[in-house]
Design a protein around this ligand. Structure first.
Ligand SMILES: *Cc1c(COP(=O)(O)O)cnc(C)c1O
Length: 423
């Protein structure tokens, strides 16, 4: 099936008991065992089936299958938020004394997790100077367990060269983890370019309506964990926290995603609510249509801002003079979603005045809603950073981030025009 069809059908066939066409919301905590043996078999991963909603749920399972199909993975694990997905994706393969190497252009919450939480748990995070394979490769050593990047940086709007990053990761025997939130699998499928693990905030374009938090980890099934037993003993040696199971033997190519479910999720519990899984499934049905409109509106807004006398700079990889234009052509047919940043010539105070004058655009910290959204990163999402860290992450004090919605383009431009006039 093609993406447009997968978005609507993947993961669900009409439920045999009630013949419900819509995916039912299984609002239950537990599932009854047929007998003691059945319970034991389920816990031994010897038969498939449901145990407890912290670990799995039939509504959530439809979502997991759908996103795994879209990204081209062997399996997926949905969790309560994108932040939880990123945390588990890394916790699953790191331990005290190891490190990960990341590109510097990151979502603000990811930056805080990497810079302030992981180091306290003994996991070092090495921030590369830029997003090139050379900058990243320079920091990898024998304690490195993963390379991390965002496919389209939020808010920097940079687009990484996945093929080069995957190559440098694989040459060093570690997986590439890609946060694909901004691109969505409609614009970029990182696994096609060598990514091993994909994470998402489903809260954004995937759910698409600003109603429900959610996150997901997708496993390509391609990383050869068993080739590196000294690096990834959690995959190749008996798991003490799950009665001695050896994941690469028990689950084969789904070892990573199976362990993410039965160790980090099972023991720390950032489970997705079945109702949110249902809401996100509803959103996914229209993702390809919405992305078309988000992208075409973003091109109109970027061109308008570039030509505006009060605007000094627009960062949008869909514009031919943007440094990431070639990457946008290579990886997403020139459509880097609808996230863009710009600066007003007159500086910080004018930017704030512009921001306060917006009517249609909502002032908030979110992206990927059907509604047009605006944010001032330096005072909100990236406020924890020093000025130097902000510069590396692609944030300046007078910068405004827009996430262009799917309203009529003329209404969007009219709102920007009246606010710019008053800036
Ligand atoms: C929002 C966001 C996250 C965090 O997702 P939540 O669902 O809010 O926890 C992670 N990465 C990117 C790129 C994001 O935009």
């Amino acid at each position: 099936m093609r993406d447009e069809t997968k978005l609507i059908h993947s993961g669900y066939t009409t439920e045999p008991t009630t013949h419900s066409v819509a995916t039912p919301i299984y609002q239950t905590v537990a599932y009854e065992f047929d007998n003691a043996q059945h319970g034991a078999d389920l816990f031994n991963l010897a038969v498939p089936g449901n145990i407890y909603t912290r670990i799995m749920n039939p509504t959530t399972a439809v979502l997991e299958q759908r996103v795994a199909d879209l990204e081209g993975g062997v399996g997926a694990l949905a969790v309560s938020a994108g932040s939880a997905a990123i945390n588990y994706a890394i916790q699953n393969i790191t331990s005290m004394g190891t490190n990960i190497v990341t590109t510097p252009q990151l979502y603000g919450g990811t930056y805080t997790l990497f810079a302030h939480m992981f180091p306290n748990q003994g996991i070092e995070v090495r921030f590369a100077d830029g997003d090139s394979a050379e900058d990243v490769g320079r920091l990898i050593d024998d304690k490195t367990r993963a390379v991390y990047c965002e496919s389209i940086g939020n808010p920097a709007g940079n687009i990484v060269d996945f093929e080069a990053l995957a190559r440098v990761a694989h040459e060093n025997g570690v997986p590439l983890i890609v946060d694909n939130t901004v691109a969505t699998p409609i614009l970029i499928k990182p696994i096609d370019y060598g990514a091993d693990i994909v994470v998402h905030s489903l809260t954004k374009y995937m759910g698409g309506h600003g109603t429900s938090l959610g996150g997901i980890i997708v496993d390509s099934g391609k990383f050869p964990w068993a080739d590196y037993p000294e690096k990834f003993p959690m995959m190749t040696e008996p798991e003490a926290s799950y009665h001695g199971v050896i994941y690469t033997e028990a689950l084969g190519e789904a070892a990573y995603i199976g362990r993410a479910r039965t160790v980090p999720l099972r023991n720390t519990g950032s489970a997705l609510s079945p109702f949110n899984a249902f809401q996100i499934l509803q959103g996914l049905e229209t993702l390809s249509l919405r992305m078309e409109r988000h992208c075409s509106n973003a091109h109109v807004v970027a061109g308008y801002l570039r030509d505006h006398p009060k605007v000094s700079k627009v960062n949008f990889a869909g514009l031919p003079d943007d440094p990431y234009y070639p990457m946008a052509q290579k990886y997403c047919e020139g459509n880097p979603a609808s996230l863009l940043t710009f600066e007003i010539k007159a500086g910080f105070e004018s930017a704030v005045r512009f921001y306060d004058q917006l009517n249609l655009f909502k002032r908030l910290v979110n992206i990927g809603d059907a509604k047009s959204l605006a944010c001032h990163p330096a005072s909100t999402t990236h406020r924890q950073m020093t000025e130097e860290e902000q510069t590396k992450a692609g944030v300046t004090s007078g910068m405004i981030r827009l996430c262009v919605g799917i309203e009529h383009r003329d209404d969007i431009i009219e709102d920007l025009e009246q606010a710019l006039q008053q800036a």
